[in-house]
Design a protein around this ligand. Structure first.
Ligand code: BDP
Length: 702
């Protein structure tokens, strides 16, 4: 097992009584035939049953009373079955499905049904997972549908196949061989995404090249769209705002200029000629040097709506990112996206979604939720998570991200009163926006196991599951993923699940405890660089974020400081605003706190901070012990791969702790508390470390 099969691991079940039960269910299968979507679904069912049960399924031509499993959309079912399921159909929409054990012609059978073909696709994948997880089917009754409209991956893939912030090899998209050569990986990528309900993919980097919009590339994009279509996945592209200049020969990209508008209108028509179900454009504008409407003294609304008008006749959408921070006002970067976007609430067209990162800075190991969530009730506001671990140890460190995602989704914005969680803001249940969505920055590359670290597959999987249902628990997700990927033995599942669920707190502890953030070394963002203060823009420097001095440490964002707290609803702002009420997880995010401040556990801030770093290191040691104890349940190769990675993680957790503590000690001027393992090297040593090769860095970026 090299990891290529991901969680679609349909290996034969060891439990023979379960095999017998499942074989009975699959003795005679009716599977509606007639569309590409249904065909790939049927193939998947065949593959899964063959793998897990060792049987070649017999499909019957018509529904008959010998059937044990019937799979068809509503209109193709016997009236009796339709009647039994009538109320369920009303609740599942276009993409949902029903898996139910029912009485039919005097016999107990299982039906998988849906209103549309794509629901059957999702139902079949769910059914296979039930088998993978050895679920009892005798009383099965699942009615499920996605809670969000757009469930997307964002690939930060460049056209030369490097991947910005990608740590799992090169881009999957082989532009040179496309459109004629269809790599099996494109198909398996689509299967994996369909299995968790992902229905959109942005193929290229937000730091975009306009070339992707030229006919030569569009032909290749169309070939990928053809592969993905039967799996319910639409293709999107990033649109470089200055494309009219770069590939259109115009001398401006001003969104209010009619030539520019016509250029985009024509561009859209051409794209839809090649890709009739093209999803739309993702745009990073006026952010980190990317061109945008502000270059012409226009606004985000002018830019987004201009593109939205071009796509509207074709039912396309514009996803406009809110990741902006100005180089002119550097008092507090955390405030800027909100300040720039919230005044435009209600001004974006219906086919525009504003895509906001989960926190106000940038995908840190822990951030409070972004204050924009809840603050734009009249805008289609979309979540952006980062699956690739730019700031969480790349694909070397084991960190189960659904835990982080869950924390954000469960956070209460209080925007429309208590219980307005971020999940409810983005699923639209409160404000009923026209469109809802969520995006995850992909951690996928052409490594044999797709994600580099075998456990990073769980982050792709978990993102997809939360995109389908943002109210799911991270524990459920870890459980499903482990069973589908490895086995059902609870002696393996329980300890490893625990390890996964604790892994996120471990990385916070050894990298950025108590609300510290952005302490990463320059550009690559891998190891510690809390001392870095020489970068051209102040808000690129770690010293800007921790503000350590002889009195204490932390960024004062309370009402006595930058007042970023005021961007939250009163109930939340109030809690964050004082040192006493602020949760300690966010203490140094919102406050500059004296070294001798007493934490809730009675320790001084200095001692408590040091102990957190140590705890992170100890947690990684514990992960190694756990993995060691479950060795009998995985192959030698699987054991070794994760063991080596965990040992690197341990070494680097110590590096983070030692480098950070020695540096902060120059301000606190206090000794380490007694439970701290003494740093192995000097601060000068850690400062001198260079990182000559790091994957995924940004060219021309300091
Ligand atoms: C930062 C990354 C940078 C991205 C940027 C973005 O360091 O590579 O281009 O976010 O999201 O996290 O646009």
């Amino acid at each position: 097992p090299n990891g290529y099969n991901l969680w679609l691991n349909y290996s034969q079940k060891p439990n023979s009584s379960i095999i017998k039960e499942y074989q009975k269910v699959s003795t005679s299968v009716y599977f509606q035939n007639e569309s590409d979507v249904l065909n790939v679904s049927r193939e998947e069912l065949k593959r899964g049953l063959k793998g897990m049960l060792g049987v070649d399924v017999l499909f019957s031509d018509a529904i008959s009373k010998s059937n044990t499993l019937i799979i068809a959309t509503k209109n193709n079912l016997h009236q009796d079955i339709q009647n039994t399921l009538e109320t369920n159909y009303k609740s599942i929409g276009d993409e949902g499905f029903i898996i139910k054990s029912i009485q039919f012609k005097g016999k107990q059978i299982i039906v998988i049904s849906a209103n549309q073909d794509v629901g059957i696709l999702y139902g079949v994948f769910r059914f296979l997972r039930l088998l993978q997880m050895e679920t009892d089917l005798s009383t099965i009754h699942i009615i499920d549908s996605p809670k969000l409209d757009l469930r997307m991956l964002n690939h930060w893939d460049n056209l030369d196949r490097t991947v910005e912030r990608g740590y799992a090899g090169f881009s999957l998209w082989n532009w040179q061989k496309l459109p004629d050569f269809i790599d099996q990986r494109y198909i398996d990528y689509a299967r994996a995404n369909a299995s968790i309900g992902i229905n959109g993919t942005v193929l290229n980097n937000v730091n975009a090249s306009a070339l992707i919009l030229t006919p030569m590339y569009l032909e290749k994009v169309a070939a990928l769209a053809n592969v993905f279509r039967p799996y319910g996945i639409k293709v999107y592209l990033t649109a470089r705002f200055s494309a009219p200049i770069e590939i259109g020969g115009l001398d401006t990209a001003d969104p209010l200029n009619s030539e520019v508008q016509n250029w985009w209108n024509t561009m859209a028509s051409n794209i839809y000629k090649a890709i009739p179900d093209f999803g739309g454009f993702l745009v990073k504008a006026n952010s980190e040097g990317q061109p945008g409407p502000q270059n012409y003294n226009r606004t985000h609304v002018d830019g987004a709506n201009m593109l939205a008008k071009a796509l509207q006749p074709h039912n396309g959408v514009v996803i406009w990112r809110s990741f902006v921070y100005s180089e002119h006002d550097v008092t507090d970067r955390a405030k800027q996206a909100y300040s720039e976007f919230v005044p435009f609430d209600g001004k974006f067209m219906d086919n525009v979604l504003v895509q906001s990162k989960n926190g106000p800075i940038d995908f840190q190991p822990r951030e409070p939720f972004h204050p924009m969530f809840g603050a734009m009730p009249n805008t289609n506001l979309m979540m952006e998570f980062q699956i690739t671990q730019e700031y969480l140890g790349f694909s070397t460190h084991l960190v189960f991200l659904p835990k982080l995602f869950e924390e954000v989704l469960k956070a209460d914005t209080y925007a429309q009163g208590k219980g307005t969680t971020v999940a409810k803001v983005i699923d639209g249940s409160i404000t009923k926006p026209k469109l809802t969505g969520i995006a995850g920055v992909s951690n996928i590359g052409n490594d044999i196991n797709w994600t580099g670290h075998p456990f990073a597959q769980a982050n792709w999987y978990g993102f997809g599951r939360l995109a389908w249902n943002p109210h799911l628990s991270s524990e459920t997700i870890a459980d499903e993923w482990l069973r589908a990927t490895y086995c059902n033995n609870s002696k393996f599942i329980e300890p490893v699940k625990n390890m996964m669920l604790n892994s996120r707190e471990a990385v916070v502890n050894y990298m950025n405890p108590l609300g510290l953030h952005h302490l990463f070394d320059t550009n690559h963002h891998y190891g510690p660089g809390p001392w870095v203060s020489n970068l051209s823009r102040p808000e690129w420097n770690p010293t800007y974020y921790h503000k350590a001095d002889e009195n204490g440490i932390g960024f004062n964002r309370s009402s006595t400081g930058s007042n970023a707290v005021e961007q939250y609803a009163n109930e939340v702002a109030h809690v964050f605003n004082t040192v006493e009420t602020c949760p300690e997880d966010y203490l140094l995010w919102f406050h500059h706190v004296p070294w001798d401040y007493k934490l809730k556990n009675g320790e001084s801030l200095w001692n408590g901070l040091a102990l957190k770093y140590q705890e992170g290191v100890n947690q990684v040691s514990q992960m190694i012990a756990t993995w060691n104890a479950v060795k009998p349940y995985v192959s030698e190769a699987e054991y070794k791969e994760v063991d080596m990675l965990l040992n690197i993680q341990l070494k680097e957790a110590k590096w983070w702790k030692d480098a950070s503590l020695l540096y902060f000690q120059t301000f606190s001027k206090q000794p380490f508390p007694k439970d701290i393992v003494k740093p192995e090297k000097s601060l000068e040593y850690y400062k001198s470390l260079k990182f000559p090769f790091a994957p995924g860095i940004r060219p021309h970026w300091d």
